[in-house]
Design a protein around this ligand. Structure first.
Ligand SMILES: [Zn+2]
Length: 274
């Protein structure tokens, strides 16, 4: 019986994969996502509280009808956008930070713009009641710590506020630095194991299992941590093996649309899976 059930499951997976590919409507459009990444990079450096950062936030609010600001200490602002699911009692948070590290000429194509681009692309294409959980798309301000502060106290400023609002969420998925040219996502040790396994399965279903590496990466302090500390199962999809981390070479030459596609398709499939 077990063997037969397994064969049936395999068959369903094989049938489902090309169907998802053939169905143009609702598929993740990595070119559109990449266009938004490029637009962010063209704004130049976007440290928290700067004019370009506020311009980016204003564009998110304008292009996502119903999106709202959430005040963050220091005059900063998260952008939150909710798409109702069929089961409004269930909430999944999908987040990315939209600020960039305050360094001269640093434009953060990967560290900042890539996660923001994928979260934004999913936010503007997910239709209400097409998936079961309500999805909160969270664009965090002030992830990066200002000069002279450590990351624990000076960083994750927006996510600390948003985590208190959504402490009842059943899951939190963070996208950070997911655009680099040779995307390989190791399992971050602080990430919830069960949620990680489910997202990895979604990657395999969409043919992107190859971007998930087998190895384990030491715990990373990032915007998922404030959620995890409040008891929300949380994961950080991040490729921290990036030679341009907080360097000016984190520009358009460091990122590729196909990396955005792998993560975008994976998250879409995860949201649709239950
Ligand atoms: Zn950073």
């Amino acid at each position: 019986v077990a063997r037969a059930a397994f064969a049936l499951v395999s068959l369903v997976v094989i049938l489902a994969a090309p169907a998802a590919g053939a169905n143009g409507r609702g598929r993740f459009d990595e070119r559109q996502a990449f266009t938004f990444l490029r637009w962010q990079v063209a704004l130049g450096p976007r440290p928290a509280g700067s004019a370009p950062s506020r311009r980016l936030a204003a564009r998110l609010v304008r292009l996502l009808p119903g999106a709202r600001y959430q005040a963050v200490p220091g005059g900063l602002r998260n952008v939150l956008f909710t798409v109702r699911g069929r089961d409004p009692k269930r909430v999944v948070v999908l987040g990315a930070h939209y600020d960039t590290k305050d360094l001269p000429d640093f434009v953060g194509a990967n560290d900042g713009a890539s996660g923001t681009a994928v979260v934004f692309q999913l936010a503007r294409t997910l239709r209400p009641r097409t998936v079961r959980p309500t999805v909160v798309f969270a664009f965090f301000d002030g992830e990066e710590s200002p000069d002279g502060t450590d990351f624990e106290s000076g960083g994750m400023r927006g996510s600390k506020v948003a985590a208190r609002t959504y402490r009842h969420a059943e899951a939190m998925i963070l996208l950070d630095m997911i655009g680099d040219r040779d995307l390989r996502i190791s399992r971050e040790a602080g990430s919830d194991r069960r949620l990680w396994t489910r997202v990895e399965s979604a990657a395999r279903r969409t043919g992107h299992g190859g971007v998930f590496a087998d190895d384990l990466h030491a715990t990373i302090l990032d915007d998922h941590v404030p959620f995890a500390r409040l008891g929300v199962p949380s994961i950080d999809l991040i490729d921290f093996d990036f030679r341009c981390w907080h360097k000016t070479c984190d520009d358009l030459s460091a990122v590729l649309p196909r990396s955005l596609d792998a993560v975008g398709e994976t998250v879409r499939s995860f949201l649709a899976s239950d």
